[in-house]
Design a protein around this ligand. Structure first.
Ligand SMILES: Cc1ncc(C[n+]2csc(CCOP(=O)(O)OP(=O)(O)O)c2C)c(N)n1
Length: 369
């Protein structure tokens, strides 16, 4: 079947297979000739819970930014299935390179949402210990993490470790030279890395048609590794496809490119207004493909969850929002000099000079009072 028939992306040509799907928008499980997934009812409820809690604290972060408590926030609304599904596919020993929007992946790796917010509040330069979670710091330079991930994956292979690496990036980032370099290096070195592209259709105001003449997953063929397109709003399909790609990497067979077709339902960041460039009709269409509603429909259809379960998740989400709100408001301002604390691992004369200059400048404020 041509992908156009799926209504997923009218811009994709007839020769492309339909994106991998294991759960229809109506919440019905379907089979796929190449991908299957065995999940317990507990796991299905766990996936739902993670998506719902992530959505809740993401919404809270947007509200906090509007109240002036955060400098900026990049909402993940709409991308919960792509993130939770792919994160669930990773093992603890796998290493993850996120962009700046991977709040759901961070959540699944045990990174506290408050740590993410401390970065966006500007009171912390990172917020978490990457080695504690095997989850690298957020990177705002688009495309760059694909290179970091490839280098790291080559190291993993040299160490003969049996883990894999996953690198997140967007449809816009796919146009960066860094990504082309990462693909080449990963391919020729058979690096154990999965390139996970969340094609959320827009790179700020630039639509995906301006990024590529072919569907993004097809780019992989030119570099000599497999590319697969998955329905990014289907958490089960994303889990199955990412799990297979990570296994492929761990087995020494090299990289895979996954293109998860999804939609950024909110603004690119809180400084952006998508109504200025995005058709309302398109937004409405994608609202009908909500990833959380889809899994909820399955849970209801198969009687795997009742109203008590949904109410419990709601209550947990509300408690998380409260914790996040109070935590953000209570964050102390950092010592201004701490910005120079980790420039080099050893003392450095230039840094010391800057520290003295900044100290004198700050002392001026006290003297004036
Ligand atoms: C190297 C670089 N160039 C430009 C920017 C400015 N910029 C920030 S986000 C963005 C668009 C990214 O779009 P995409 O990769 O599709 O990811 P999304 O934000 O949609 O998740 C751009 C151009 C940047 N951060 N880094």
């Amino acid at each position: 079947m041509g992908a156009e028939g799926t209504g997923m992306n009218a811009r994709i040509g007839d020769s492309d297979p339909a994106p991998v799907q294991l759960l229809t928008p109506e919440g019905e499980r379907v089979t796929h000739p190449e991908y299957s997934l065995s999940v317990t009812p507990d796991e299905l409820r766990g996936l739902y819970r993670d998506m719902q809690l992530t959505r809740r604290f993401d919404a809270e972060a947007v509200a906090l930014q509007r109240q002036g408590e955060l400098g900026l926030w990049a909402p993940l609304l709409g991308q919960e299935a792509a993130q939770i599904g792919s994160a669930w596919a990773t093992r603890d020993d796998d290493y993850i390179f996120p962009t700046y929007r991977e709040h759901g992946v961070a959540w699944c790796r045990g990174v506290d949402p408050l740590a993410l917010m401390s970065l966006y509040r500007g009171v912390d330069q990172g917020g978490w210990d990457p080695n504690e979670h095997n989850f690298h710091l957020y990177t705002l330079v688009i495309g760059a993490p694909t290179l970091h991930a490839t280098g790291y994956a080559m190291g993993v292979a040299l160490d003969q470790a049996e883990s894999a690496v996953i690198s997140y990036f967007g449809d816009g980032a796919s146009s960066q030279g860094d990504v082309a370099e990462a693909f080449t290096f990963a391919a020729v070195n058979q690096a154990p890395v999965v390139f996970f592209c969340q094609n959320n259709q827009w790179a700020i105001s630039t639509p995906v048609e301006k990024q590529s003449k072919v569907p993004l997953y097809r780019r992989a063929a030119g570099y000599g590794f497999p590319g697969v397109r998955v329905d990014g709003n289907d958490v089960l399909a994303v889990l199955a496809v990412t799990r297979a790609a990570l296994e492929h990497a761990r087995s020494g067979a090299g990289p895979t490119l996954i293109e998860a077709l999804t939609y950024r339902m909110g603004a690119h960041a809180t400084s952006d207004d998508p109504s200025r460039y995005r058709p309302a009709r398109e937004e409405a269409e994608w609202a009908g493909r909500d990833p959380i509603a889809r899994l909820r429909a399955l849970l209801v259809r198969e009687e795997l969850a009742d109203e008590t379960f949904f109410a419990e998740v709601e209550a947990e989400a509300a408690a998380l929002a409260t914790r996040v709100r109070e935590g953000v408001r209570g964050m102390p301002d950092p010592d201004p000099l701490s910005i120079l604390a980790h420039v080099y691992s050893e003392p450095h004369t230039l840094v010391e000079e800057e520290r003295a200059e900044l100290s004198a400048y700050l002392a001026g404020f006290t003297a004036e009072r």
